[in-house]
Design a protein around this ligand. Structure first.
Ligand code: FES
Ligand code: FE2
Length: 384
């Protein structure tokens, strides 16, 4: 008898990921959104990947979405022809501003999604004349060399509302890496904001080799000065200690002299920002189907033309291979094999719990505007 091949990691089956016990959740909104929060703009691919002659099909937030470029502009629609349900993204362009389903030649308007013709039924096709056949379209914008899409049911806010402020500056340059990862998007977000793992998991690797890494510590949750993000302030920190009955840890770290990251923020729907001296690292964990996400990582730096060119070179030769690839693959390794609940938490996990609470308190489209709240005190501006 043929036995099924082992598939490796068991993916999340229930939608709950927090808590000591299945069925008991302190964060009902968070735990019931395995496919993410829809009422936000997401940066899903590079503009340069969307070419005029070739549509792109992506799974995002549990939806199949087809992207097209026509007349220089980007469009998105449900990736399913309403006739017999085939994918739309391989659709050719027979008439400007439209795409034709590759199966029986139904022609859809890119802007409205309306059926304009059914080529194989003649110009007087009754299914077209009825005027009620259409594909759902989604709002798309292009900023910083990226395609942003809004998949929600409500009215989309300006895309700038969901973009990091630094990206809107005229001299901003954004570089990055986009990959598909196994793992629930919330495990990705929790790992990004997780306080303890940086001090252990990431001790080894080129990116952190020279960096001064604390051995232990924990923080208190705060709302960022501008009110837009969740952040945290250090409560206690140590660079080494004698552990009773075991000995000193870490053993030696005299070669670590470079400062590490300077601050971390989480912003809805799932955007992490890590502040370095001259630039910031950003990442989104965009759910695709349950248990998987599209991991998009960026660096944004503001500089003049020469500085921007230097940044691109530095990104390609150093930041991308050692930070976005090697360092963050350590995270991918953890995220893809994480299964919770149950879980037993420790002091540094207060950061992770605050993230879950922040989403439960503020998720757009789920929590009414008048009910959103700042549960934690605001961070005070730093003295310069
Ligand atoms: S399935 Fe699209 S035209 Fe038939
Ligand atoms: Fe990490």
């Amino acid at each position: 008898m043929l036995m099924p091949k082992p598939t490796g990691t068991v993916r999340q089956i229930s939608t709950q990921i927090s808590g000591y016990e299945e069925g008991k959740s302190k964060f009902p909104i968070y735990d019931s959104h395995p496919l993410g929060l829809a009422e936000y703009w997401y940066p899903v691919m590079w503009s340069r990947e969307l070419r005029p002659r070739k549509g792109v099909g992506l799974t995002l937030l549990g939806r199949e979405v087809a992207f097209f470029r026509d007349g220089g502009k980007a469009y998105a629609m449900e990736n399913r022809c309403p006739h017999r349900g085939v994918h739309m993204h391989p659709a050719p362009c027979d008439f400007p501003g439209t795409r034709t389903c590759p199966y029986h030649g139904w022609v859809f308007d890119l802007k409205t999604g309306a059926l304009r013709a059914a080529l194989t039924d003649g110009p007087d096709s009754p299914v077209v004349e009825k005027g009620n056949v259409k594909i759902r379209t989604y709002p798309v914008e292009e900023r910083n060399g990226l395609i942003w899409v809004f998949l929600g049911d409500g009215a989309p806010p300006p895309v700038e509302d969901d973009m990091p402020d630094e990206w809107l500056e005229p001299n901003a340059v954004v570089t990055g890496r986009i990959t598909e990862r196994a793992g629930d998007w919330r495990h990705g977000a929790e790992n990004g904001y997780d306080e303890g793992h940086v001090k252990y998991l990431h001790r080894r690797g080129v990116w952190t080799f020279w960096r001064r890494a604390p051995a232990w510590g924990w923080s208190a949750p705060r709302i960022s000065e501008d009110g837009k993000a969740l952040t945290r302030d250090l409560v206690d920190i140590g660079f080494g200690a004698e552990f009773p009955g075991l000995g000193q840890w870490p053993k030696k770290n005299w070669w670590r002299w470079r400062p590490g990251a300077r601050g971390i923020r989480f912003r809805l729907p799932c955007m992490l920002r890590v502040q370095y001296r001259l630039w910031e690292h950003y990442e989104w964990y965009i759910p695709t189907k349950q248990g998987y996400h599209r991991y998009v990582q960026f660096i944004c730096r503001r500089a003049g033309p020469l500085g921007r060119l230097w940044h691109r070179i530095k990104y390609a030769l150093y930041i991308r291979p050692f930070f976005h690839n090697q360092f963050n693959n350590q995270d991918a390794w953890m995220v893809e094999n994480m299964t919770t609940p149950p879980e037993i938490l420790y002091r540094p996990d207060r950061a992770m719990q605050s993230l879950r609470q922040y989403i439960d308190d503020n998720a757009r489209g789920v929590v009414a505007e008048e009910d959103r709240r700042e549960r934690y005190p605001r961070q005070q501006p730093k003295e310069t």
